[in-house]
Design a protein around this ligand. Structure first.
Ligand code: PAF
Length: 277
């Protein structure tokens, strides 16, 4: 495996591979890799000739304190990528990605404002800007994203369609620990106590899934129940809960499957979970 830090070099390498007729699979990440990322990499490995993984903690999508607190583990990342058979680990610095004169943003306007997006528009703007940039650098045929963030996934699909970026977005199922907690790099920052408290999140979301499968269709009633469960959970502060159409992210639409989505704070850490029924 080759570690690449320079964006221009990365582009030259993938262009050379493409010249040889190779198909390029890309897994963009924030680093601090875990088994959930390994699942994305395994799928990319199976479906492509060359696999590129990026590990870049993108300052545009974090508030300053969260950016500094975000876990970093370059050694662990390298070992996990080696094990997954990755060809190129792209790990640029913030200076390389955003040189002094950098002055562009990419924003998906309407869709970004859905769910809790109106309050954290700047966050998704940071995600779309960096992913557009990463796609321009890596020029992948396929890019793999976890279903853990359904809003991000929907926004990125819209962006690639709107900008005619010739990449296929491949959604990959969320990996969970045995206790039901969705894998996330942030989980590393939870103490054993706060992790116990955080379990209220996957439990509440799974309970709503059970109620929908049992025939409950009133989204208002279900959202109230989800909010009540999370509000009464000790050590948990509810940030956002919604039950919407999984494709349009609107409560009133019923064309696609149903998305149950919630975000909470535990020990100052924002955690999200969801299920699609
Ligand atoms: O989901 C993530 O890991 C990040 O938001 C992404 C897509 C790598 C952009 O920084």
């Amino acid at each position: 495996m080759k570690i690449v830090t320079d964006p221009k070099k990365m582009t030259l390498l993938v262009r050379e591979a493409r010249r040889q007729g190779k198909r390029i699979g890309f897994v963009p990440t924030l680093g601090a890799l875990h088994d959930g990322h390994a699942t994305l990499m395994a799928k990319a490995r199976k479906e492509n000739d060359i696999v590129v993984v990026s590990t870049f903690v993108n300052p545009l999508q974090f508030r300053k304190a969260a950016y500094e607190r975000y876990p970093r583990d370059p050694e662990g990342d390298r070992a996990l990528c080696e094990k997954a058979g990755v060809d190129y680990l792209f790990a640029p610095s913030a200076e390389k990605m955003y040189p002094e004169r950098f002055d562009t943003v990419v924003e998906v306007k309407e869709l970004t404002g859905r769910l809790e997006g109106a309050a954290i528009r700047w966050h998704y703007r940071g995600v779309t800007t960096v992913v557009a940039k990463l796609f321009a650098i890596v020029e992948p045929d396929k890019a793999y994203f976890g279903k853990k963030d359904p809003h991000q996934l929907a926004i990125l699909k819209r962006m690639t369609e709107d900008l005619n970026i010739a990449v296929q977005i491949v959604p990959v199922a969320t990996k969970r620990d045995r206790d039901g907690m969705a894998l996330s790099s942030r989980n590393r920052l939870l103490t054993p106590e706060s992790r116990k408290a955080a379990l209220a999140l996957p439990k509440a979301v799974a309970e709503i899934e059970r109620r929908i499968k049992a025939g409950e269709t009133d989204r208002g009633k279900l959202t109230e129940a989800l909010t009540a469960m999370l509000s009464s959970a000790p050590g948990v502060t509810i940030d956002f809960a919604a039950i919407v159409d999984a494709e349009t992210l609107r409560e009133e639409d019923r064309s696609g499957p149903t998305l149950i989505y919630a975000a909470v704070f535990v020990d100052g850490l924002r955690l999200t979970d969801n299920r699609v029924v």
